[in-house]
Design a protein around this ligand. Structure first.
Ligand code: NAP
Ligand code: GDD
Length: 345
């Protein structure tokens, strides 16, 4: 039985990857941070099937111990402070976890089991102020946030350990991927959750920032397959994983509201833009400049040709399917909240 160690197992991608690896027959080990209240996050449903190890990306001692305990054949480094907006508020913590944390993990592998294969969760955020459209493995990087800068370090140190120590180390440059398990602060889930609450009369409107930002959005379940495929190749390499389609936040909002039965009409411009529910004339989307970023990534559009050709990776979940799944999930969640409240009255 192969052993895999997943850092960030409680997060969105960690949970889908754990499901995939368990299906493949791996012994799955997952790194968890100590919290005051035990919380398995997105892997609550798998808690009896994963071997949890308490560790932290900023503590190399704990990562060495995790390698010793798991004797992992494959490490998937998904742990990160992953919310771009927070990286301006906590630039140093972001760097400690997302940049130096990668070196900590690579060193732990080098010391304990250098034959172990390593996956680094790199990101399209490294392209930032994009130097080419679409972006592929050859596109120069220009990060626009402390998060992007920290991830760029993680990306290069992974390449450097591959070249310096001959480690089987790969980076997946993944474009935005979402799901029913996405954190509520990310724009897609913020919108689907708010749309569901508005449709069910639990909320009046949602406040957003830059509606014109464009992203290449796929589903996490498809993207974790690419991570696994990268570590099954004969040689280590870096790959862009994306859909090859890009849409604005405004378009995402239109689709999400449509999915819960609300047709939106836009009025006004810039900070005065309002999304109106055509059926009753009420404002359901407003702009709040507090959600603007100090430096914005305006356009991401990836070219997944290399991953498709060399890994045989295929995306199975379309954009419309992604939005519908998220919206339906949130409708169900809000209905359950309403039902639970009714029982307690
Ligand atoms: P996520 O849901 O935010 O999960 C992040 C995980 O990292 C959580 O399990 C979190 O644990 C853990 N973590 C944070 N700080 C840690 C620390 N100091 N030590 C140990 N664990 C720590 O993120 P995701 O969307 O699944 O993304 C997975 C990875 O892919 C991240 O590295 C992200 O930067 C990268 N990425 C994501 C996307 C995307 O669109 N989703 C695209 C490109 C790259 P807690 O539960 O304790 O907070
Ligand atoms: N979060 C958020 N909230 N974003 C908003 C809002 C809002 O109210 N209004 C507009 N946006 C815009 C942001 O300015 C950004 O341009 C876009 O929506 C997407 O924001 P997020 O969903 O927070 O994701 P991200 O693109 O910044 O980062 C995600 O994707 C990266 C890959 O490109 C994260 O998952 C990163 O971890 C990942 O590396």
């Amino acid at each position: 039985m192969k052993h895999a160690l997943i850092t960030g197992v409680t997060g969105q991608d960690g949970s889908y990857l754990a499901e995939l690896l368990l299906e493949q027959g791996y012994g799955v080990y997952g790194i968890m941070r100590r919290k005051s209240v035990v919380d398995y996050g997105n892997v609550e449903h798998l808690k009896d099937r994963i071997h949890f190890i308490y560790a932290d990306m900023t503590d190399i001692v704990s990562l060495i111990a995790a390698m010793q305990e798991s004797q992992a054949d494959e490490v998937y480094n998904l742990a990160a402070q992953s919310f771009v907006a927070t990286s301006w508020e906590q630039p140093l913590a972001t760097a400690q976890i997302d940049a130096l944390g990668v070196t900590n993990m690579l060193e732990a592998i080098r010391i304990v089991k250098p034959s172990c294969r390593f996956y680094q969760a790199s990101t399209s955020e490294m392209f930032g102020l994009v130097q080419a459209i679409p972006q592929d493995e050859q596109t120069p990087f220009y990060p626009r946030s402390p998060y992007g800068v920290a991830k760029l370090y993680g990306h290069w140190i992974t390449k450097n350990y591959r070249e310096s120590y001959n480690l089987f180390a790969c980076s997946g440059i993944l474009f935005n991927h979402e799901s029913e398990r996405r954190g509520l602060e990310f724009v897609t889930r913020k919108i689907t959750n708010a749309a569901a609450r508005i449709a069910l009369g639990e909320q009046e409107y949602v406040e957003l920032g830059n509606l014109e930002a464009k992203r290449d959005w796929g589903h996490s379940k498809d993207y974790v397959k690419a991570m696994w495929l990268m570590l099954q190749q004969d040689t280590p390499d870096d790959y862009v994983v994306a859909t090859g389609e890009t849409r604005t936040v405004r378009e995402f909002a239109e689709c999400a509201f449509r999915a819960v039965g609300i047709a939106i009409e836009w009025q006004g411009e810039g900070v005065d833009t309002v999304g109106i529910n055509k059926a009753n004339g009420k404002a359901v989307v407003k702009i709040n400049p507090k959600f603007y970023r100090p430096a914005e990534v305006e356009l991401l559009l990836g070219n997944p040709a290399k991953a498709e050709a060399k890994l045989g990776w295929v995306r199975e979940i379309s954009f419309d399917d992604l939005v519908t799944r998220m919206a339906n999930h949130d409708l169900e969640l809000v209905r359950k909240e309403i039902a639970a409240r009714a029982i307690n009255v």
